[in-house]
Design a binder for this molecule. Sequence first.
Ligand code: PNS
Length: 158
Amino acid sequence: MTRVVCPGSFDPLTNGHLDIIERASFLFDEVVVVVLVNDSKKGLFPTEQRLELIAGATAEMENVTLDSYAGLLVDYCAQNDVQAIAKGLRAVSDFDYELQMAQMNGNLTGIDTVFIPTSPEYTFIASSLVKEVAKHGGDVNGLVPRNVLTALDEAFGH
Ligand code: PNS
């Protein structure tokens, strides 16, 4: 059985993330979506809420489970019998840093990273941009799942 992780900050989950999670769920036996907790970076949504939003949006995906972790991703993988890391790649601009992380993770424990190309319609979507647009009342409908849209409206008081 091949278990992979889809790691990220997911602050918040976007339709780009969801596309990668779903496609990973078609390729692998089990996908664990792991929200990595970064104490030095205060996000918009607390970890618990990020997990709830991902849970709502992936409820129909039977081989997808959720978790959170504060520490090195490779340690999570070693402790949870995870064979590979699945990451989405939006554009060449993502590649430099993603390659560096993949090679660092490989160097640490030998774990491999599988890159899944982002579907073209989601290439421009990033959680940071979604938050900026939503904060100023811009329309992010279609860029995030419906439950995230509601959470953004509540967070920004719209
Ligand atoms: O959604 P993001 O913020 O682009 O995801 C980046 C993330 C969380 C996957 C990455 O920062 C990570 O793996 N953090 C966990 C700590 C770690 O293992 N750092 C070393 C990476 S080589």
